[in-house]
Design a protein. Structure first.
Length: 125
C-alpha cells in the first residue's frame, strides 16, 4: 500500500458519498495547518476517483482498496480555509455541500461540483 506525507498531519477525513462520487474513490482530508485536500484514489486495477472508476460504490471500492497491493493518492485540489487545524469535515448526503470545522473556531461552508477539469470547492456566502 502506498502513502502520502506532508509536514502537517492528517486530523480528519471523510469519503465523498456515492451520491456525489459514484466511483467511491475520493476522500477529503483535513490537516494540522488548516488545509483541506481532496484526493482521488487509484489501484493497480485502474479506477481513479473523479475520472471513472469501478462498480460497487463505496463499500465495493473500500474492499478493493484493502486487497490492493499498489494504491496511489492523486491530489485533486487543496484549499486553506482555516488558520489552525481542521477538526471536522461534514459532507451533506442530498446536496453538494461541505462544511469544515477548525481549531480557529470557524466553520466554513463550500459547495462542490464536478467539472470537466475535476471537482471544485467554492466557499458559500
Amino acid at each position: 500500500m502506498n502513502h502520502i506525507q506532508y509536514s502537517s498531519g492528517v486530523t480528519c477525513l471523510r469519503w465523498l458519498p456515492v451520491r456525489h462520487d459514484p466511483t467511491g474513490m475520493q476522500v477529503l482530508m483535513g490537516y494540522d495547518d488548516g488545509v483541506v485536500r481532496l484526493y482521488g484514489i487509484e489501484t493497480e486495477e485502474g479506477g481513479i476517483g473523479g475520472a471513472g472508476g469501478g462498480a460497487g460504490g463505496l463499500a465495493g471500492n473500500i474492499f478493493r482498496l484493502t486487497k490492493a497491493l499498489n494504491v496511489k493518492f492523486r491530489l485533486v485540489l487543496a484549499q486553506k480555509p482555516h488558520s489552525r487545524a481542521v477538526r471536522g469535515i461534514v459532507v451533506a448526503e442530498e446536496k453538494p455541500l461541505v462544511a469544515t470545522l477548525g481549531d480557529d473556531d470557524a466553520i466554513f461552508f463550500f459547495t462542490f461540483s464536478a467539472t470537466t477539469s475535476g471537482i471544485s470547492l467554492t466557499p458559500t456566502r
